[in-house]
Design a protein around this ligand. Structure first.
Ligand SMILES: [Zn+2]
Length: 115
């Protein structure tokens, strides 16, 4: 499953950061999931619960935020967050747009546990 490899990489990233900061454990992991990332929050939660079992993320709380699709229009310069997923500028209807947000899953915050 797509989510499992993403979460596995996320946990690795968290553990790496915890090690770098000489932390004892991880209390909280906050991620942002792009509306277009194709990642299902419920599956992320399930995968997180599965993978954290014996690592530093054991006992960590997972917080998820969905990041909306963001577009930059190359025709009129508008930056917009459309209500629905459409590759179209809502201001001038141009299709000459660049997606500037909402496509990835990002680690936003990590709360570490020290002695
Ligand atoms: Zn436009």
């Amino acid at each position: 499953m797509h989510e499992f490899s993403i979460v596995s990489a996320l946990i690795e990233q968290c553990e790496q950061l915890a090690l770098e900061h000489q932390a004892k454990g991880i209390a909280r992991v906050a991620v942002k999931i792009g509306a277009l990332s194709g990642v299902e929050p419920q599956l992320v939660k399930t995968a997180f619960d599965t993978f954290r079992e014996d690592g530093m993320c054991k006992g960590a709380e997972l917080e998820m935020d969905v990041a909306p699709l963001e577009l930059d229009c190359k025709a009129c310069g508008a930056h917009s967050i459309p209500d629905e997923i459409a590759y179209l500028c809502p201001v001038c209807q141009s299709r000459d747009i660049k997606v500037s947000g909402g496509e990835e899953m990002l680690l936003m915050q990590l709360e570490l546990i020290y002695d």
